[in-house]
Design a binder for this molecule. Structure first.
Ligand code: HEM
Length: 229
């Protein structure tokens, strides 16, 4: 039994706005590109995808305060009590649990951790040097001890990101297999299927104009930062 074959009537509710969905899939593509370009030494592409990641993260940080309700940190960063309550609900209700419109209290902290580690990775890249040919754009502005430390952080943090992405994808697969809840489709279409019997409060959506403005500011900030050298 899952969200699609409970038999009763269902309705579709808007959950993720377009900016969050674009952010997510651009971020996933850019992280993949950064990994491949780093591995194969395509440094121009590596720098560009790193700048895109920085821009996306700045955008997401701001959108977490001014964006649609399900995008806001206040909507999905809840105390440990809420996370344990969700765990208990997962164990007791199986595929019959109440649908969550947005990140659940457990997933919310995973999202915050991913955003934080990605920020450390992208930020440290600005100060990373291979001591031979390639310097990040802000290397000249930092002392050699800082460059050495951040270059090490940049090399090591990616392993942590890989592990976290593996957990991220495994948990999403687990929701589908064990709870019958497809989380990927809403991240593609923006809408989630909810059985009619459940009362849900659809998250308020912010229009595209504020998102475009926030994106422009993020682009301008990153451009100013990387040309400051
Ligand atoms: C096959 C690959 C991936 C799939 C299928 C996938 C799927 C998803 C889904 C379904 C969600 C929403 C979870 C929920 O309902 O609470 C989500 C959120 C998220 N994912 Fe992924 N993801 C993938 C790869 C990645 C990668 C590579 C990254 C970054 C390195 C990433 C970072 C995030 C972040 C930061 C969020 C939170 C989005 C937000 O609130 O803005 N994902 N992902």
């Amino acid at each position: 039994m899952n969200e699609y074959d409970r038999g009763g009537p269902v309705r579709s509710v808007a959950v993720w706005d377009l900016p969050v969905r674009l952010f997510h899939w651009l971020l996933a593509a850019a992280v993949g590109t950064s990994w491949a370009s780093g591995e194969f030494g395509w440094m121009r592409i590596h720098f560009l995808s790193g700048y895109l990641i920085l821009t996306l993260l700045l955008f997401r940080l701001a959108w977490g305060f001014v964006g649609s309700r399900s995008a806001r940190f206040s909507d999905f960063l809840k105390g440990p009590g809420a996370a344990f309550a969700h765990l208990r609900e997962l164990r007791s209700s199986g595929s019959h649990g109440h649908p969550v419109l947005g990140h659940n209290p457990l997933g919310g902290w995973m999202v915050a951790a991913l955003l934080l580690v990605l920020s450390v990775q992208a930020g440290s890249g600005l100060f990373t040097s291979d001591d031979i040919l390639v310097d990040g754009p802000l290397v000249a502005h930092a002392g050699s001890a800082v460059v050495k430390l951040l270059s090490t952080v940049h090399r090591l943090a990616f392993n942590l990101i890989l592990a976290m992405v593996a957990v991220h994808v495994a948990v999403i697969a687990g929701y589908l297999l064990f709870r019958g809840e497809n989380l990927v489709r809403p991240m593609l279409t923006g809408r989630k299927i909810v059985p009619d019997g459940f009362t849900v409060d659809p998250p308020r959506q912010v229009g595209p104009l504020p998102a475009a403005l926030v994106a422009l500011i993020a682009v301008a900030l990153v451009a100013a930062l990387v040309t400051a050298a």
